[in-house]
Design a protein around this ligand. Sequence first.
Ligand code: ADP
Length: 506
Amino acid sequence: MRVLFVTSEAYPLAKTGGLADVSGALPLALRRLGADVRVLMPGYTGTADKLVGARVDATLGDVAGLGDVRIIAGRMPDSGIPVWLIDCPSRYGRAGGPYQDADGREFADNAERFALLSHVAAAIAGAASPLDWTPDVIHANDWHAGLVPALLPAAREGRPATVFTIHNMAFQGVFPAASFPALGLPDATFTPDGLEYYGQVSFLKAGLRWADRLTTVSPTYAQEILTPEFGFGMEGLLRSRADDLTGILNGIDDVVWDPSTDISLPANYDHRDLAGKIACKKSVQLEFGLAQEAGTPLIAFISRLTDQKMADILPQAIPALAAMGAQVAVLGTGDPAIEAQLVALAAAYPGVVAARIGYSEPLAHRLYAGADILLAPARFEPCGLAQLYAMRYGTLPVVRPVGGLADTVTDATEATLAAGTATGFVFDAPTADGLVGAAARALELHELPIAWRRVQLRAMAEDFGWSRSAEAYLALYRSLTGPVDDDEREIAPETPPSAADRAARA
Ligand code: ADP
């Protein structure tokens, strides 16, 4: 089964959020099941330097008038997964992140930049592929790769099957109609029945409209997006395709996220011996400038500072959390007004509240490990990975019952505590009071060390690895392709990650 996995970011090459974690880990899990998965993504500034064995594999010349392209082949530094980077300096060789400049402004040509990603995927899939490989399936992710099915022939004969995964309905890749002529799309696609969305161009709609199958990243979110509250205007189209839509829960990379081996941590630990977690707490309190008190509960928030994550109500909740005797450590970046409020709160509550505005992968690992409680509230949450990392690190999450949060966290109630199935704290109202109320329940349980330990161990024991979900994706691919003759195809042997690999991944 040959799968071209098309994405705008993949850890450890480029990451702004959960999509990168999925794009780093799912291809590896699929490969372990025998699928020949290759990742296709843009080569941003510095990305090729992180590849192992990078070499120019093909020169495509000008692609659809969008830029001169070379394909750079290499392997992921950690997992060895084959990667093709689209080398197009005029589109991708810039300061800043994958989507924004260094000042946080969206690049003006993002429509062209990501149309190029889909054009290259379609070129690889075609009869005149520039590479010595063509896919049975193209797995396109999020709006950035939404045009892929619009660029392939409509008839299934002679083209790969397409799977389109929605990682977040809130991001749709909507651009002015004036951008359409430059995107190299057939004119006939710009209709209300196609990728036109209220007079604009919607990359997401193209994926939803034309991919053979649709998936999203949790079973609950797959239901939610059929409703106006969560569908962001696409609920009608999604309902018309409900038979082709499945929710497959994201997993986590349990090599990168393993408290017993994580080299970012000052001490390692596992469910048998949590002493290292206490050392992690002490160390992270020091790192954040919090009072070094082992008994004081430490509440963390590690997230994009956006309305989705309810970061706007966090500043209202923090004084109440401090009044209940907790410390609060925030690691995040996003809305500048929220950033400023958090910095002001840290100044007002020295030693009790700390805010690190920025993005740091190793610091995130240390805070997941050192905290007792993670606030992971959300107005909507396709899957959410933060709560999964927290649970694996014995840090109990406080969440709302939406999307993947509903599918992965079991509220600590009298019944679930008695049954030993509780793994966190769930609240309904998307308000500061709702959040503080659930955090108060967490703090009460934290006062009872034996009960707390029981919930912690249950959370750490949950299996959030990728293998089950990777099997579900493989079954979905197979349902589209029928049998493919894998015996005649060579799949690079998998080698387990070495200590050096782990270091590179951290
Ligand atoms: P989303 O993709 O919507 O942002 P997820 O929970 O699915 O939310 O994934 C977020 C990922 O980004 C997690 O790996 C989380 O640890 C990481 N993350 C978010 N903010 C930061 C930050 N400021 N520093 C380091 N990691 C962060």
